[in-house]
Design a protein around this ligand. Structure first.
Ligand SMILES: [Zn+2]
Length: 347
């Protein structure tokens, strides 16, 4: 499968944190042909292992399978669904979204409804509507009807956005955070023919709610080096200053120098930069991001694991739809492959 097809399938799949089943199934399928061993751990992380030489360093790649979303919190007497948020979601982006409620019976269409502007008071119109005042309309007549349709408290709710292409290299879609990291990781395993290292490709669970899957996976593997493959904020849009978000799409993968949870180990940082420069892969350096990635937890495993992050610049992350360049995706794969092959020179 070509990497853009893989991204399309992964992006369209549902995987709200803690409910990653569909994505997990896809990840097993795409990793299987390129690993010697494939397993799932107790929390649901997928671990594909490509065995290397006995004494060579062990490398853990991590890309999270989960995405932000909602859960059904209550069903009103009138049949509307109130919801809880899973992961960092700005209330302002929820209004009027088309969503899918994943019930045990079948997926249901829904709309995040609110009071129409015609009947809003002047004051109401100026303020952002908070999520406790929003609800999901699935067209049910009342609570009983909603339950008959299959809705239960705790059902996951995802954004209803289909993958789309704009020209040759730009794609738009849901949950690129971090399905693009998943696609990059699988493609890396495919292209990694020559390597002395044993490589663990881990599709992690529950990253968006506190890097949970990476914590247990890294404990079990206890690698010599950890590399998280994730997205980063591309700030090349109107209204964003260079100093706020300097990373741009089409300029190559971003190598994290430091974020809120990680100061990249100097040896890993040098490894990544050298791998990019020797192979003439364009890259950007980034620091000061308020978020963090799976690498933050991997680095604190047991007695410590030197770790770093390679990110794909992505616009509009943590909103229903995001946008990225396939050129950056290709360069991220190239950089990841080159870095893994270079690990034995540094560790
Ligand atoms: Zn992410």
């Amino acid at each position: 499968m070509a990497i853009d097809e893989m991204l399309e399938k992964l992006s369209n799949a549902c995987g709200i944190a803690g409910r990653e089943e569909e994505v997990r199934g896809l990840m097993k399928k795409v990793l299987k042909p390129y690993v010697d061993e494939l397993k799932e751990d107790n929390l649901g992380n997928v671990i594909g292992i490509k065995k290397g030489k006995k004494k060579a360093p062990r490398v853990m790649l991590a890309a999270h399978m989960d995405e932000i979303g909602l859960l059904v919190k209550t069903i009103s007497k009138e049949g509307f669904l109130q919801f809880a948020k899973i992961g960092g979601i700005d209330d302002r982006i929820l209004l009027a979204q088309k969503v899918t409620v994943y019930t045990e019976k079948k997926p249901l269409d829904g709309i995040v409804g609110s009071k129409p502007p015609h009947i809003q008071k002047e004051e109401e119109r100026k303020k952002a509507i908070t999520c406790d005042k929003l609800f999901i309309d699935i067209g049910a007549e009342d609570e009983k009807a909603a339950r008959r349709m299959g809705v239960k408290i705790g059902d996951p709710i995802g954004f209803d956005i289909k993958f789309a292409r704009a020209g040759k290299n730009i794609v738009m879609g849901k949950a690129f955070d971090d399905r693009v990291g998943c696609a990059v990781m699988a493609e890396t395993m495919k292209r990694l023919r020559k390597t002395d290292c044993t490589v663990y490709a881990v599709g992690t669970v529950q990253e968006e709610v506190g890097l949970r899957g990476a914590t247990t996976a890294a404990f079990g593997i206890y690698p010599d080096v950890g590399i998280a493959l994730d997205v980063t904020v591309a700030g090349d849009i109107p209204g964003v200053k260079e100093v706020e978000a300097p990373i741009k799409i089409r300029k190559g993968p971003s190598i994290t120098v430091a974020d809120k949870g990680l100061i990249t180990h100097p040896k890993v940082l040098k490894l990544l930069i050298d791998a990019a420069e020797e192979n003439k892969i364009p890259y950007q350096l980034e620091t000061g991001l308020p978020g963090s990635t799976d690498a933050a937890r991997i680095s604190l495993t047991r007695e410590g694991v030197p770790s770093g992050v390679i990110s794909i610049p992505t616009r509009y992350i943590h909103s229903p739809a995001s946008l990225l360049s396939l050129k950056d995706v290709e360069n991220t794969v190239k950089l990841t492959v080159a870095a893994v092959q270079k690990v034995p020179e540094y560790f």
